[in-house]
Design a protein around this ligand. Sequence first.
Ligand SMILES: *Cc1c(COP(=O)(O)O)cnc(C)c1O
Length: 369
Amino acid sequence: MTRPLRAVIDLAALRHNYRQAAQCAPQAKLLAVLKANAYGHGAVACAHALADNAPAFGVACIEEALALRESGIRRPIALLEGLFDLEELLLIEREQLWPVLNQVWQVDAILNMRPQAPITVWLKLDSGMHRLGLSPEAFLVQWRRLAACPHVTGVHLVTHFATADGDTEHEQHYYHRQRQCAEHVASRLRQEGHVVPTCLANSPATLSGLAAGQWHRPGVMLYGVDPRIKQSPSHVLKPVMTLESRLIAIRDIAAGESVGYGGRYVAPHTMRIGVVACGYGDGYDRHAREGTPVLVDGELAQVVGRVSMDMLTVDLSQVPAPSLESRVVLWGDNLPIETVAAHCETISYTLMTGVAQRVPRIYIDAQDP
Ligand SMILES: *Cc1c(COP(=O)(O)O)cnc(C)c1O
């Protein structure tokens, strides 16, 4: 017997979600974003599951790209956070990676290379997110330098939206302002005769069907989450990860007795409590409120008391016949991660990426329909 906690990863669901993203943007190619270990799902397994579908992948940094290369992935891989030092250039050339340049020194470094074959680079425009990227004026200057360089090829305009997930008037307005900024910069370059392919959309912009461009960069939607605020959990996307465990103890607690650290929860009446092998040391959020849903044998149970490092406790009142064989679902299958995230006052992204290394990933796959 081993500790029963595991993250079951459904690779057929991943491909299903990829096809949904492709349907949202039939004109575009998709850069499947696999950063942060594929949002906690395991980047190597996810890349291989998508290798026949996705024309390219996106990661944050070169270490993540090299792990994919070592596993045999040959598709182009974009480095979304650019490069961090000059030593990366040799590897970028050798492994045919696509850095998304966001600083002038990075453009200089590319121009100073003497590569055997042309290097593909993308260039990041700050259209209003004000995180990474060049201002429109600086962008134009650096674009022209890259375009004039004989050993640079395939330059794309990349920008990132700050509010594509929002639905307030302000957020929508800001989104359109950013799009207009990108279109304005692209059209100025086109007037000068440049070919300007673009890559604008993340998951929310892809799902909204608003963004144009030659490439889209969906991340979280591939894993089954619609990140748009006020959107109820998607019926079109399928959850890829199910975090599941077992009860390891069942206790009857007398009225007035407390459960767990700090005695935060006090039983109002005699209560049956289940102890689940899963805690914050596994990535379950310690901020989970009283009442955060958990499924025990498919029935709704609720977190009571504080989450510990290796365990959490649930109220079993609504579960007819709990036993030490009972399957516990923390999120995924029939329990949307969005719902759990809301009870933790966080977002699905943090829960997924936070699943600890000690939690084994179990991969299941089925033939595509
Ligand atoms: C993470 C990331 C994405 C994917 O975002 P999602 O909201 O997960 O779709 C796209 N582009 C960049 C630059 C990113 O860092």
